[in-house]
Design a protein around this ligand. Structure first.
Ligand SMILES: [Zn+2]
Length: 213
């Protein structure tokens, strides 16, 4: 499985519980992160290097086999042609059955998240890989937005509900020392031990060239 995310910490803060479930089940998981996270307003110092190191440590905790960090501009993925990002993803889809990405609204609404998912969907459409999108329940999004002024986009339906080992997930989250924040902890508290996923491209959809089979 290939995990495609925009920023270091997305793979863990967002997807980490699910990633650990897959690796525990014996799935080979690679992580593709499109940026070095240099535009974060959290953390101090040389963020490019610090956040890359945090990502590699967290990925090891989650049981991922490899991490690939690209040098696209953090906060500005919308300035990179979608086709270019899609090709970068597609070049890493050799022998990949499925992708795991943020849901279509980017979950937090961040434009980089939305762009990463769009590119992953285009690439998967060419190879025929399935795509799972991570989403959060509407009541969790509403609570976060009311309490903390965030812009989470929740959904009312999941195709797959995954029970996660939240303690293990939290240990991996703590590797991203520079980015820890109250919103993360409150979200994990509200989610309990469940994560929601939706199929953005169900298995067996075929490729964009052959159409649905
Ligand atoms: Zn992010």
């Amino acid at each position: 499985m290939l995990v495609v995310v925009a920023h270091p910490d997305d793979e863990t803060f967002g997807l980490g519980g699910v990633v650990a479930r897959f690796t525990d089940a014996g799935t080979d998981v690679s992580i593709l992160c499109l940026t070095h996270g240099e535009a974060s307003t959290l953390g101090e110092g040389e963020l490019r290097r610090i956040r890359s190191e945090e990502l590699r440590m967290a990925a090891t905790d989650l049981g991922a086999d490899s991490v690939d960090i690209l040098d696209l501009p953090d906060g500005n993925l919308s300035t990179v042609p979608l086709e270019r990002i899609a090709q970068l993803v597609e070049s890493r889809l050799d022998r990949t059955d499925g992708l795991l990405v943020f849901g279509p609204g980017g979950v937090t609404g961040h434009p980089d998240h939305i762009r990463a998912t769009q590119a992953a969907l285009i690439a998967a459409g060419r190879t025929g890989a399935a795509v799972l999108g991570w989403v959060i329940p509407h009541h969790v999004a509403s609570a976060l937005n009311d309490e903390l002024g965030t812009t989470f986009q929740g959904v009312t339906h999941a195709d797959v509900v995954v029970e996660v080992d939240r303690e293990r997930h939290i240990r991996a989250c703590r590797r991203h020392t520079s980015q820890l924040n109250p919103v993360l902890w409150r979200r994990l508290e509200l989610l309990g031990d469940e994560e929601w996923l939706v199929w953005l491209r169900p298995p067996g959809t075929g490729t964009a060239h052959t159409g649905a089979r």
